[in-house]
Design a protein around this ligand. Sequence first.
Ligand SMILES: [Zn+2]
Length: 485
Amino acid sequence: MSDAGYYSRSDLERLRMQQVVRDAVALVSFGLWAPRDPFLEFVRAREREGWRRADLRDLGVEISDSRRIVVSGSSSVTVPWKTSTRERVLGPRWDQREEKTLPRGSRLEISAPDRSVVVLEPIRNRKQVPLVKGVSLDPWPYAWQGVSAKVLAESLAERYARNGVNAVFFYAYNVKQGAAYWTRYPGATISSWGEQDLLKEVIKACHARGIRVIAWMYASRDRAMWTKHPSWRERRKDGTVYNPLRLHATYFLCPNNPDVRKWYVGLVRDLAKRYPELDGIELAEPLVNWFGNVACYCDVCREEFASRHPGQPLGGKEWRHWRAEGLTEFLLECIKAIKEEGIEAYLLTICDAWSNGALLTPVRQAEESGLDLDALLDSPHAPDWINFEVIWQQWAAIYGTRVFNYQWAAETSQRLMNRVDGRTRTIIHVEITDFGNQYMTAEKTAKTIRYVMKAKPDGVECYHSAALDRKSAWTVLRRCYEELE
Ligand SMILES: [Zn+2]
């Protein structure tokens, strides 16, 4: 129960909860479903009603959400999805007995065999794509080398192709330096890489070698706009700016401010329009604050919250929920703009962990940072890809415990796959970056990749190119990527 509100099959086996109650366990025992209401509450409620655990086995229920319907007994079921349906029959030991495809249709008569459950799921017809073997390219560490954009792009693309990389995640809009591509978008800063249109050269050199290019940028952050428009800045409760230093990811603009939205969504759309040959645009680390209810209390947020929820306290539960809704709206506007230009939308997110190794549940993550993953994935404008940062060395350095290791990375990746539950394609982001006392070598990074790939995501991305150069890690990475099918 490391992850309250979410239970994997292995957790249940460990806790021997499989014997508790068939239908309730069916909710969660696939390790595929994160019901909104925690499982234990369900069981306790039945017990309060006088059910004994043995009786609970025979409880006939139908439990559904937009992703899955579980039926025991007989039921007339209305499916919410428009595609055809996969029906699976699971026996008393959760073994699969039968599987068949049902035609499209919203009304189905379902009858589960005795001591079995029927699981109905939408069939998603996604076209097959090759496994992503990615590398992130932050071009700024290469700036001192004094080579032109064209030469740099050619030499890197050559290096990537030689080492089995088939996708590059290019840091296209640097929070401090601005665009590494050419644009006339009002308010956009053009960096020296932008003047040479490095992105164009990277696309050209990579596409010539069959490597896909995804441009990424930090969601709702920019130094120039932050400096120019004090009213766009995120604020703490006391009115001071919220701008904690953490790598490049500073200069937070309030995603709830309509002017910020207009400018940032425009920036993203402009990038998509200028480079229609791009394979994707990725919004990195969207959140309102890193943890807690520290931000945002800018004037827009105060007024908006007061008018929507009169009398409710700032920073409370209502407020946290409202804050997450605001970030969701902002992100969906960005994603919609990207997709309207015919480009795939990616979202990269951190996965906060507790010291015991558990990840924050999606609900808790939404409350603490503002990022509501389920709201995004259940939206018709859901991102095409989600990229999860699984950086065990970061948590090992922060908490100083042995919980965070390769095995943790593998289990965490599986848990994240379960959370996504087929709603979008998934990539696991691993890093060769050192954190505190955790020094990463090529071998350790490759081992991490092997472990996270046990969860069978749609790909892996290794951060980042210049660090792989510095640690002479390419040969080891190549061998690792060759092993992946
Ligand atoms: Zn605000």
